[in-house]
Design a protein around this ligand. Structure first.
Ligand code: FO1
Length: 314
């Protein structure tokens, strides 16, 4: 049976989208709101690219490339190949032909003066989604990664062009001091019965959301429980740079270190059953199977963690 509660989810990246596809089977779509990281967004070849929003939209509309976890399944790259062959444009960021349609329409609507929130709502509706997908802010807050080898890089340069190999010194969220949480995102959090923090990369995908002024305060004022899900399983990241970044920032690669990163903001933590159990005073924890290899795992995790929260959050 679907859980009849309002649920707001702070989310970004491929790991988060996996849990999202479980949640949409466990909760009625109109009860779910995803508040998405836009720190990865950038302007490329004149187009506004919002990778985390698109990953979530494509995942929930079953368009996503299942091998990559981003982009559209069976997409071609004729436009990118042509840019490289005829105009010597370096094709370091792989934009598929079908994916380009999303970026063209988004950019067109933005240039006509619509907000990213409004544009994202229209794109998601046209893809047939009934779940709210909201950018964390309508203001641009690009993540800038300061690296030892290459100095400061824009997020996608760090992540894609240099394949997250440079060593991170620090990360900043450019312009965050002036950014505002979008009004619909604020309303979704205020009206939520449960707030989840997805198993996305805490430093790359969730820190940008938490950097929006007022968001941390809002989370601590909520009466609804705030619960994070570990991205660390068996002492390592499933995919991507989470473990590497933790080491570079001088942290132990553990679920406990992730829980501490969210310290003061969360009431509960969903750990993986393969991790070393830990206790933090005042924090409820449960160990579940958080490794999502297939749709059944995703739905089982979504149901189990919601059942657990409902039991103690009454
Ligand atoms: N990731 C890559 O590793 N290489 C790419 O060329 C690439 C292109 C790309 C295009 C559109 C899009 O929505 C996502 C894309 N990604 C690519 C994934 C993206 O860099 C990451 O998912 C996130 O920004 C990190 O969460």
């Amino acid at each position: 049976m679907a859980l009849d509660k309002n649920i707001a989810v702070l989310i970004g990246g491929v790991g988060g989208a996996k849990l999202a596809s479980g949640l949409v089977e466990a909760v009625p779509p109109e009860r779910l709101t995803f508040i998405v990281n836009t720190g990865d967004d950038f302007w490329h070849l004149g187009l506004k690219i919002c990778p985390d929003i698109d990953t979530l939209m494509y995942t929930l509309s079953c368009l996503v490339n299942p091998e990559l976890g981003w982009g559209i399944a069976d997409d071609t790259t004729a436009a990118l190949d042509s840019l490289a062959r005829h105009y010597q444009v370096e094709p370091w960021f792989r934009l598929g032909d079908q994916d380009l349609a999303t970026h063209i329409l988004r950019t067109h609507w933005l240039r006509r003066g619509r907000s990213l929130t409004a544009v994202t709502t229209c794109l998601a509706e046209r893809l047939g989604l009934r779940t709210a997908i909201l950018p964390m802010s309508d203001d641009e807050v690009p993540t800038m990664v300061n690296t030892i080898e290459r100095g400061e890089l824009g997020f996608q340069e760090y992540f894609v062009k240099y394949a997250w190999s440079p060593v991170i010194r620090s990360i900043r969220h450019q312009g965050c001091e002036k950014a505002r949480l979008s009004q619909p995102a604020q309303a979704a959090l205020t009206e939520a019965d449960i707030v989840l923090i997805a198993p996305s990369n805490p430093w790359l995908s969730l820190a940008p959301i938490l950097a929006i002024p007022g968001l941390r305060d809002l989370l601590t004022r909520l009466t609804a429980p705030v619960v994070a899900v570990t991205p660390i399983i068996a002492g390592d990241a499933v995919k991507g740079p989470t473990a590497k970044i933790m080491r570079e920032l001088g942290l132990q690669v553990s679920a406990r270190a992730v829980a501490r990163f969210y310290g003061g903001l969360i009431d509960g933590f969903v750990d993986d059953r393969r991790n070393e159990p830990f206790e933090i005073e005042g924090l409820r924890t449960i160990q579940l199977n958080t490794l999502m290899n297939n749709q059944a795992d995703k739905v089982a995790l979504a149901r189990a963690l919601l059942d657990w929260i409902v039991r103690w959050a009454r």
